[in-house]
Design a protein around this ligand. Structure first.
Ligand code: C5P
Length: 224
């Protein structure tokens, strides 16, 4: 069977990660969460008191962090490691979420992570989600998806997700963060988030999770 690259981009909180994970499972592909890599880089900057706007700090950070993914043998879930330490829970907290888009504007950080992402997808058979996957990481991806959803719905879903991890965050704060990340991600000079002309757009506001997965799997099977 012909293996392809599936690039899923879109706004924050549209369900890209969970959808990408389910699509990968259905097709027997590898799922790669590029956002987790930017989140792990952010954790490194914060924990080491480095500023993304100070070129010396950026230089110091660049050679010093390594992000990798390992499957948890008990849950079967892929987890994110920073310099050999499991940081999967830490990188999903609001402390990181509030800073990640700022770190993601730094060209030198993006360059390192994009190279790693391209290596991870070299053998194809991958589903990768992010903001610049179809435009920069894999411009030749055989299937590109651009996910959108209404801001209120995205915020409610994200609040439930955080609650399930015992993190109680006000809806307004989540809404503000999602809108702010969309603004920074779409307006930055380095690899801004944008819908590619060859991407299929999926609005997840009014469709079920299973429906959004089925749409992508169907599109993929037409190519494979
Ligand atoms: O996907 P997730 O919401 O975890 O990504 C966190 C942040 O990382 C995004 O808001 C964006 O600023 C950045 N990001 C990026 N490019 C990617 C993936 C994520 O700039 N490919």
């Amino acid at each position: 069977m012909n293996k392809i690259v599936i690039a899923i981009d879109g706004y924050s909180g549209c369900g890209k990660s969970s959808t990408a994970k389910a699509v990968a499972k259905d097709l027997g592909y590898t799922y790669i969460d590029s956002g987790a890599m930017y989140r792990a880089a952010t954790l490194y900057f914060l924990d080491n008191f480095l500023s993304p706007t100070n070129p010396h700090d950026v230089e110091k950070a660049l050679g010093s962090f390594e992000v990798s993914f390992h499957t948890n043998p008990d849950s079967g879930h892929q987890e994110t490691y920073l310099n050999g330490l499991n940081v999967d829970k830490k990188i999903r907290t609001m402390r990181i979420t509030e800073k990640v888009s700022e770190i993601a504007t730094v060209g030198a950080v993006r360059k390192i992570l994009v190279t790693q992402q391209q290596k991870l997808g070299k053998k194809k058979g991958v589903v990768m989600d992010g903001r610049d996957i179809g435009s920069v990481v894999f411009p030749e991806a055989e299937l590109k998806v651009f996910m959108i959803a209404n801001l209120d719905i995205r915020a409610e879903r994200r609040q439930q997700e955080l609650l399930s991890k015992s993190e109680l965050v006000k809806l307004e704060a989540i809404k503000k963060n999602l809108a702010e990340r969309d603004r920074i991600d779409s307006s930055r000079s380095e690899s801004p988030l944008k819908k590619m002309a060859d991407a299929i757009e999926i609005d997840t506001s009014d469709i079920s999770f299973d429906e959004q997965v089925a749409k992508i799997v169907h599109a993929a099977r037409q190519i494979i």
